[in-house]
Design a protein around this ligand. Structure first.
Ligand code: UDP
Length: 559
């Protein structure tokens, strides 16, 4: 509850909390149910219980702002970047407002003319997209959101932009663009050119003409080297995203939100929420002991909750209000997947886990669509429904229903594992995102499960705290050790298999970091990025241990 207290509870002028966690959940539930015409009290109590029992939590801005004057409730935005100073600085201002309210912004900078191109109005030379990204980065640095949340940006440049070679190395110095995740907008055409070691044309967005030709493989190698060195850039697979775009008649999607789980049009926003999978186990430890009825109920209520958020949200910009109310996108996802697997005694790195991931997400998707259909019967389809792929058979309230978000904060509040990630470490030191306060944390599931299995004592605890792993504990048999393999011990193929399993039944996208040991080579990373494309993922993010100076999570044994 420490995090809730520090960053979510309302404070008075002196910084003291003026609400309890219970009152916070009540404030949020009341606001979110206020848009119901019938049975308001019933829905308020349902939503309150969902949150108070930590079975479902909405994204941070909803927890922070619901029920407050002008409460902005969405975590995810995409804003347009057009090739004019006026537009670039209008969006910069809008991005600052979004960040201040706790939201994150994604943008595709590919419409900006390349560096040293002509400017007809002044006769001078253009600065290019990377220079403008640096302006955005600096602005973000100074809008630290009243101490509540750091502004997050996704910056995308398409693989055929003339400045792409500079873009892929833009973070190599370890200093630049620290408030950005950067990703290359990849097309299938490029992947084929790279695989066949063909030439690749760079197109000036101002003229639409080819500017020069490079070797696709050379660009790829440079990109891979930078990703190996720093974790950036990731990739966004634009053709895959658009092949699954339910509103393709509204145009081509060019960007995602900062962590990649929601592909959005310019000026679209999305509200997220996540079901805590650690709360759906019945008695016993067999997969058959998942309480599917309970999960169904949680999904139904989660969808209704998020759909209501669209209605009772305060929109900072009229353009965003229009898009949100027209398409009604929401993203219900999960957290606590690793904890669920440990409860069920299924190792993350196993076929059984991957199969269960598919079964579970398929169930969540089907239930989400049914729930959205039922709300549509009651309250109407989303206004853009007739121009969507859902028309005329699938009467939906929402153009999209599911996203797997990182749950970076809400999983800490719910005291469970992040999103669909394996445990990063069994014990770790966490450095606060806004300061330097460091805590030593033992993951609670470790003690609970090892106690249940009869393998817990002070010596074991000390060893885990010291190394962050169970590997060295001799008295514990291998099949139990396997349950507690951590992120860096899990082969990358299994990381990707989990992402693929969840993506298969997620209409938006899956945010996942493929965490890798520091010994991982550049050619491994090349293979990972290529496999991600072959797997039909919508994006890929990797992180090689130790490759950033200010890593937020650090294993106990590693320092
Ligand atoms: N986000 C942000 N700043 C942050 C963390 C997250 O703007 O410091 C946004 C970003 O769009 C991200 C989304 O919130 O993709 C969801 O992130 P997460 O699930 O980690 O958020 P939580 O609800 O747990 O705070």
């Amino acid at each position: 509850m420490l995090l809730l207290e520090e960053r979510y509870l309302q404070k008075n002028g002196q910084g003291a909390s003026i609400e309890t966690p219970d009152q916070l959940f009540r404030r949020v539930a009341r606001h979110i149910s206020s848009v119901e015409n019938k049975k308001k009290d019933h829905w308020e109590n349902c939503f309150y219980n969902l949150m108070a029992k930590m079975e479902f939590l909405p994204n941070s801005p909803t927890l922070m702002n619901a029920g407050l004057p002008k409460g902005q409730l969405s975590a995810c935005f995409v804003l347009p970047i057009n090739d004019s100073l006026d537009d670039i600085f209008t969006t910069l201002k809008n991005a600052a407002l979004v960040h201040q309210s706790g939201g994150g912004t994604g943008y595709n900078f590919s419409r900006i003319r390349p560096k040293n191109d002509t400017i007809s109005t002044s006769g001078g030379k253009s600065s290019g997209p990377i220079a403008f990204m640096k302006v955005y980065d600096a602005a973000t640095e100074h809008v630290k959101q009243g101490g509540k949340r750091r502004g997050a940006n996704m910056g995308i440049l398409n693989v055929d932009h003339p400045d792409i070679a500079q873009f892929v190395i833009a973070k190599l110095d370890g200093n630049s663009l620290q408030n950005f995740n950067i990703s290359v907008g990849i097309t299938d055409h490029f992947m084929k050119a790279m695989i066949n070691t063909e030439k690749w044309e760079l197109i000036n967005p101002r003229t639409g003409q080819s500017e020069r030709t490079i070797e696709a493989k050379e660009l790829w190698d440079s990109l891979i080297h930078a990703a190996w060195k720093t974790g950036d850039p990731g990739l966004i697979f634009l053709d895959t995203i658009n092949a699954h775009n339910p509103l393709f008649r509204q145009g081509r999607i060019q960007s995602t939100n900062p962590c990649g789980e929601v592909p959005l049009f310019d000026y679209e926003s999305c509200n997220l929420g996540s079901i805590n999978l650690a709360k759906i186990v019945g008695l016993g430890s067999k997969p058959s002991n998942i309480n599917w009825d309970k999960l169904k109920l949680l999904v139904q209520m989660g969808i209704r909750f998020l759909d209501n958020v669209i209605q009772c949200n305060h929109y900072l910009l009229p353009e965003v209000a229009e898009m949100a109310l027209k398409n009604r996108k929401i993203g219900l996802g999960v957290m606590g997947w690793a904890e669920l697997l440990i409860q069920l005694e299924i190792p993350y790195a196993s076929k059984e886990a991957v199969q269960l991931a598919e079964k579970l997400m398929r169930f969540i998707q089907e239930t989400s669509f049914n729930a959205s259909c039922n709300i549509a019967k009651e309250k109407g389809c989303y206004p853009a429904w007739e121009e969507s792929i859902h028309y005329p058979n699938l009467h939906l309230r929402n153009a999209t229903c599911n996203s797997i978000a990182p749950t970076g904060s809400i999983s800490i509040i719910a005291n469970t594992s992040y999103s669909i990630e394996p445990l990063y470490a069994l014990a770790f030191k966490r450095t606060g995102v806004l300061g330097t306060k460091t805590q030593q944390v033992l993951h609670p599931i470790v003690k609970d499960k090892l106690t249940q299995l009869g393998h817990w004592n002070n010596a074991i605890q000390d060893q885990i705290l010291e190394t962050g792993s169970i590997r060295e504990v001799e008295s514990i048999p291998d099949h139990i050790k396997k349950l507690f393999e951590t992120s860096l011990e899990i082969p990358w193929k299994y990381h990707l298999e989990h992402q693929r399993a969840f993506q298969k039944y997620t209409d938006n996208a899956v945010s996942k970091t493929i965490n890798l040991p520091s010994s991982t080579s550049a050619s491994d990373i090349s293979e990972i990025y290529r496999t991600a494309w072959e797997f039909g993922l919508k994006g890929i993010t990797i992180y090689r241990d130790g490759s950033k100076a200010n890593q937020v999570l650090q294993k106990c044994g590693a320092i």
